[in-house]
Design a protein around this ligand. Structure first.
Ligand SMILES: [Zn+2]
Length: 459
């Protein structure tokens, strides 16, 4: 039945007036001034920088630009303006920082709807830390059909809750008993059935294709798979291959047919080599990769997403992990520094990604200093977390640099980040889509985004 709706004239006039007010507010330019600009791509900073924003777009950038007479001018002083940071590897719907066994038990005790609500402060903390875009690589709750990452992405896009732009992977795809099999390490049939392609667990090329199609059907922007073992999984070895070359070929072919990029969790060298040959877009972690494998990456243009923060965090609390995981973390931690140094020296493409969720959300920017500590130039670390990430994510036409026509996702940090890259950890101005998210202190990270279960309110 159709319901006729005839608005009265006063409603129409009010609506016209309101939209006129909204339009003029959106049209008022915002001018950001700061002592320096990092534009996302250049090898040096621009001094006395100005960025002009209109609506959700950047309309001018440089040191000699015309400032519109009616613009709202925000002079940030001795700061550096930068494109909003991008993290190519987060888990915004999860938090397995803190005590591993306690978190594992808590996951089994908590409703998925409650865990969904817990993701709200994680998303806010990430955005307020200066990360205006994330690629979220896996959201899974054991024996649950929910797509919490899709829900969070959509809620953010609809303005329901603050957070970064999200490209989501839904459930990571992997083999029975592999890193992504959430039933691994529990007794058989505890959850009633073996997980199947609808839970991301797939064996053989046909099942892999089915899993890819199922995830795209349910809202995935990117496909994530585990091709080797991992650190925080109880039933596998960290560096063994977990997909066959035929499975990897099916994974890449099906994903690329559906115009989705493929990111693979991989620590082991053999699995990395096979995945790169199959044509994946990025290797996540890559701890044990040898120089020949890095050379293959360089030749093929495959990105490395090193996630140094994850290892760093786990190593800082190594005694709190189960012994089997401690051994895996130590082995991966010992190998990854040399691998990363080699990748930098050889000129492999590197995109910043952290594995946030392994450590508390909002600490993502610490990755910059870790990369610099292992031999990367600060300006290259900054490019890695902006334009390189945008390129890897396939959104370089919209974000990643401060250029005319790009989306107004902009951050500012104190001082000169090329002299002290830890300035990235002290972002105090964040704009997303032309809207100011913060200009000053962040929302206090008390109980909601924490490093410790004891901080949680009683529930
Ligand atoms: Zn991860």
């Amino acid at each position: 039945m159709r319901i006729a709706y005839r608005p009265c004239y006063s409603t129409v006039i009010a609506a016209v007036l309101l939209s006129a007010v909204a339009a003029s507010a959106a049209d008022q330019s915002i001018v950001l001034k700061a002592a320096r600009i990092f534009d996302g791509k250049s090898k040096s900073l621009i001094t006395n920088g100005v960025v002009v924003v209109q609506g959700d777009k950047i309309v001018d950038v440089g040191s000699a630009v015309t400032i519109p007479s009616d613009a709202k001018v925000i002079d940030l002083g001795d700061m550096t303006l930068s494109p909003g940071f991008i993290d190519a590897h987060t888990h915004l719907t999860l938090d397995f920082s803190g005590n591993f066994n306690e978190k594992r038990l808590k996951e089994l005790q908590t409703n998925v709807s409650e865990m969904t609500l817990m993701a709200i402060p994680y998303a806010r903390a990430t955005l307020e830390a200066g990360f205006t875009t994330v690629r979220d690589l896996g959201s899974r709750f054991v024996n649950s059909p929910e797509f919490v990452d899709v829900a969070l992405r959509n809620a953010i896009n609809h303005g329901i809750t603050p957070g970064p732009h999200m490209l989501v992977a839904t459930k990571g795809i992997g083999a029975t008993g592999g890193h992504f099999d959430a039933t691994g390490g529990y007794r058989d049939k505890l959850f009633g059935h073996e997980p199947d392609p609808s839970e991301g667990i797939a064996d053989g090329p046909d099942e892999i294709r089915k899993a890819v199609r199922f995830e795209v059907k349910n809202g995935a922007n990117v496909i994530k798979a585990a091709v080797s073992g991992g650190v925080l999984s109880l039933a596998d070895e960290v560096d063994t291959p977990q997909l066959t070359p035929a499975e990897m070929a099916a994974l890449v072919d099906e994903s690329h047919r559906l115009r989705k990029k493929v990111a693979v969790h991989c620590h082991g060298d053999q699995a990395a080599r096979e995945a790169i040959e199959a044509g994946v877009d990025s290797i996540e972690h890559g701890s044990f990769m040898k120089t020949e494998t890095l050379q293959l990456m360089k030749t093929k243009g495959t990105y490395l997403v090193p996630t140094l923060m994850a290892t760093e965090y786990i190593m800082s609390k190594i005694d709190s992990y189960p012994p089997a995981l401690q051994a895996k973390a130590r082995a991966a931690g010992a190998a990854r520094s040399e691998m990363f140094r080699n990748a930098v020296k050889m000129g492999v493409k590197i995109a910043l990604g952290t594995d946030a969720g392994v450590f508390p959300h909002g600490d993502n920017a610490k990755e910059f200093a870790l990369m610099v500590g292992l031999g990367m130039q600060p300006i290259d670390a900054l490019r890695s977390g902006t334009s390189n990430d945008a390129d890897l994510l396939g959104i370089g036409q919209a974000v990643g640099t401060l250029e005319k026509g790009k989306r107004a996702d902009i951050v500012a940090m104190p001082g000169d980040p090329t002299a002290d890259v830890t300035a990235t950890e002290r972002v105090s101005f964040v704009m997303k889509d032309g809207k100011i998210i913060r200009n000053g202190p962040a929302t206090p990270r008390t109980a909601a985004v924490r490093d410790d279960d004891e901080d949680l309110p009683a529930d």
